[in-house]
Design a protein around this ligand. Structure first.
Ligand SMILES: Nc1nc2c(ncn2[C@@H]2O[C@H](COP(=O)(O)OP(=O)(O)OP(=O)(O)O)[C@@H](O)[C@H]2O)c(=O)[nH]1
Ligand SMILES: [Mg+2]
Length: 710
């Protein structure tokens, strides 16, 4: 394969709603570029893009696939991105490394969740967009309705550049406004002819509107337009390219990917109207804020935006070159961890098929294998320019958390390392080993995302793994003072244990005065890792407890603070006054006083009107305004307090506060209340006392759990 220079490279991501036809389009594009000589189909499980077992099993994309097509003298790098909302991590990474997104819209259903997600990323990352209204051969195809929705949701920049003559069954003709021609598709072939009279006026009107809109992208072209009242095809192409690159115009094109109709024209349009990497209006930056130029003349800068695992070659690293060139056997530096890496091979990918190439130029997207220690968001450079670390991709924060446990505890370690590997390849997942909850917590993007993880455990690793709701990090505290004493005595042969502790405990609040009932001889303040504090006052007079046993008493109390008496959760904000006790000359030791301290504290705690506190989160839920009522009712059923709402376009954002305990699997509920369109974010706000009935239920549940553990 020849080496493509930066100017002849085009990088696009196929994004949009699930099942809108992205993989089918990628297949057609590869076919049109001669990369494959026969088109597979998703139904037949033989596309080059959906090649992973889980994808053929489910007949939908789960991971982004990299493909290329050599077309019209250019190399088009194609990222085929999954459409289901849960795979947003893939969408996010793809948008970071391309110069344009081709947003595939199903003409039968119009705007879908995936279309809106694509639009949000395009706005966030300044990625130019082209809409491809696909499935035009389908019976229920409705191009006009799709266009109306696009304009309604995404505004006036959405501009029709083609319209179908005969959408639906038998579809094979479009009017192309830019070419000012009728295109007739016959199998994989396309014939061009003059616009028929019945469409001439409409086409001309649309072309003139387009010329005016496009000319606005450049002063010189605007002047030409004012002078001539029109633009030549060449100037129109130049104007369109500028307007698209600046995100002033979002073209709408027509396709049937399944019949390979309009796809070649779309590829030609990409070649002529999408910016080459070195022409982008929004260059990628280094972390230091420097614009990367996509120039082969500069030292190499290659950004790892995806890693994957393959049965035959092991780890694959996908690289976007932002400067310089990469050659086989070249030594590079990982500018994040300074490790030396050798590029054993440079590979161009057509989905599952990979081909070695001698080198790749700035702007290209390739992959390599067997790197030692390169992760997503790492940058490879030459020793001269290790400062050129590319700005990192910010992946979506998990919205669904579960606790994970191997069914057989012998597999715990294996499960842990598999999950770690999954998280390193999918950064929209997180894994935490929570000491507090005594659980391994997996964060992901939703039930579907979780199902793919379950699929891998069941089908690839053959491991039985249990997934459950995570525990809630409750807190325990007291609301009034209480006294208690405990004598720990064990004197039956051998070394005995004896220790007696009397304490007064008080609820701590900032600025509170010291109690005056017992003189405080020594006062220690302990801020707690889990928030709040413990004040430990030695009020012993007359030496009833020797000072050397105080640390043991404190240790016993701390054990109970770590595993509170009510639900085994962390306790906080308590003042402990040790005011009396008893020792035995022989049998008093640290263990005895630790136990006496711990038990006296537990007793005092239970008499101090103890309360369970629960974490309250600020929730922002963005939903289509028409679903607001149902979402609100559902939130109120979760003990949420709605704080306010803000309408924006077709959406309303609800601000609320809700207990974490009520938000398990909220993403699933919200998805069904809003047909997948609702999004939400949660941030910790504060701890609040749980209502009395909730406290009762928690106490009961803990009692049951403790019984089971005995
Ligand atoms: N009639 C018709 N069917 C199409 C067209 N494009 C795709 N399909 C069918 O639609 C279904 C989904 O196609 P895919 O290519 O898998 O869609 P996708 O966008 O990749 O889906 P995800 O990977 O789940 O996001 C398949 O059954 C395709 O055969 C089209 O233009 N016309
Ligand atoms: Mg797909």
């Amino acid at each position: 394969m020849k080496v493509y220079q930066t100017n002849d490279i085009r990088n696009i991501a196929l994004v949009g709603g699930a099942k809108s036809g992205k993989t089918t389009m990628a297949e057609a594009m590869a076919f049109n570029g001669g990369v494959i000589n026969r088109r597979g189909s998703v139904e037949d499980k033989n596309t080059i893009s959906d090649y992973r077992d889980i994808e053929t099993d489910r007949r939908n994309s789960v991971n982004t696939s990299l493909l290329y097509s050599e077309f019209g003298g250019k190399k088009i790098n194609i990222l085929d991105v999954p459409g289901f909302a849960d795979f947003q991590g893939e969408v996010c990474a793809a948008f970071n490394v391309v110069e344009a997104a081709v947003v595939v819209v199903n003409a039968q259903s119009g705007i879908e969740v995936g279309t809106e997600i694509a639009y949000r990323y395009s706005n966030k990352l300044n990625t130019p967009m082209i809409f491809a209204v696909n499935h035009l051969d389908a019976e229920k195809a409705n191009f006009d309705e799709s266009v109306n929705q696009l304009k309604d949701y995404f505004g006036g920049k959405c501009t029709v550049l083609q319209f179908p003559v005969n959408q639906g069954l038998g579809f094979n003709k479009v009017i192309d406004i830019v070419l000012n021609k009728e295109l007739t598709f016959n199998g994989d072939k396309c014939e061009m002819s003059d616009v028929p009279a019945e469409f001439a006026d409409k086409a001309e009107e649309m072309r003139m509107a387009l010329v005016e809109e496009a000319a606005a992208a450049d002063d010189a072209l605007m002047e030409k337009y004012f002078e001539d009242g029109d633009l030549s095809h060449e100037d129109l192409t130049k104007a369109l390219k500028l307007a698209i690159a600046k995100r002033d115009l979002y073209p709408i094109m027509c396709t049937s990917a399944k019949e390979n109709m309009g796809v070649a024209r779309l590829m030609e349009f990409v070649n002529d109207n999408v910016a080459a990497p070195c022409e982008t209006a929004f260059p990628k930056k280094t972390q230091a804020g420097k614009d990367l130029q996509n120039s082969a003349a500069n030292p190499a800068v290659a950004f790892a935006f995806k890693t994957d695992k393959d049965k035959s070659v092991g780890e694959i690293t996908y690289l976007r070159l932002y400067d310089g060139e990469l050659s086989e056997a070249q030594d590079v530096i990982n500018s994040v961890n300074q490790s030396k890496e050798r590029l054993s091979q440079i590979l161009v990918c057509a989905g599952k098929n990979r081909q070695r190439v001698e080198k790749a130029c700035a702007g290209d997207i390739v992959c390599t294998i067997k790197l030692k220690d390169v992760k997503i968001n790492h940058t490879l450079t030459t020793p001269k320019n290790t400062d050129d670390q590319v700005e990192e991709i910010t992946f979506p924060v998990p919205i669904h958390t579960v606790a994970v446990k191997a069914a057989n505890s012998n597999d715990d370690e294996k499960v842990g390392s598999i999950l770690n590997e999954m998280c390193s390849m999918d950064r929209s997942m997180t894994l935490t080993n929570s000491r507090e909850l005594r659980q391994i917590i997996l964060g992901c993007q939703g039930e579907l995302h979780l199902n793919t993880i379950k699929w891998y455990f069941a089908n690839v690793h053959k491991l039985e793994v249990n997934f459950s709701d995570p525990r809630v990090p409750y807190r325990e505290t007291i609301t009034k003072s209480a006294e208690a004493m405990y004598r720990h005595k064990k004197q039956s042969g051998g070394s005995g244990q004896f220790g007696e502790v009397h304490m007064l405990i008080e609820p701590y609040y900032e600025g509170m005065p010291d109690q005056t009932k017992y003189p405080i001889r020594d006062k220690q303040v302990y801020p707690l890792d889990w928030g709040g504090q413990l004040n430990f006052n030695n009020c012993i007079v007359g030496g009833s407890i020797d000072a050397r046993f105080m640390p043991a008493i404190l240790k016993g109390i701390m054990e109970k603070m770590e595993q509170g008496p009510l639900t085994g959760s962390y306790a906080r904000d308590i003042v402990v006054n040790i005011f009396d006790g008893k020792m035995h000359p022989v049998d008093s030791n640290e263990t005895a006083f630790k136990i006496a301290g711990r038990t006296a504290f537990r007793e005092a705690f239970k008499n101090a009107n103890p309360k369970i506190m629960e974490p309250i989160y600020d929730i922002a839920v963005a939903v289509p305004t028409e679903s607001m009522g149902g979402v609100m009712t559902d939130l109120q059923g979760r003990r949420a307090i709605v704080m306010g709402m803000e309408a924006e376009g077709k959406y309303t954002t609800l601000k609320a506060r809700a207990p974490l305990a009520e938000m398990n699997r909220y993403c699933t509920a919200l998805s069904s209340l809003t047909s997948g369109r609702g999004t939400f974010s949660m941030t910790y706000a504060e701890y609040q006392q749980v209502p009395a009935d909730v406290q009762q239920a928690l106490l009961k549940a803990y009692e049951e759990e403790s019984k089971d553990e005995d």
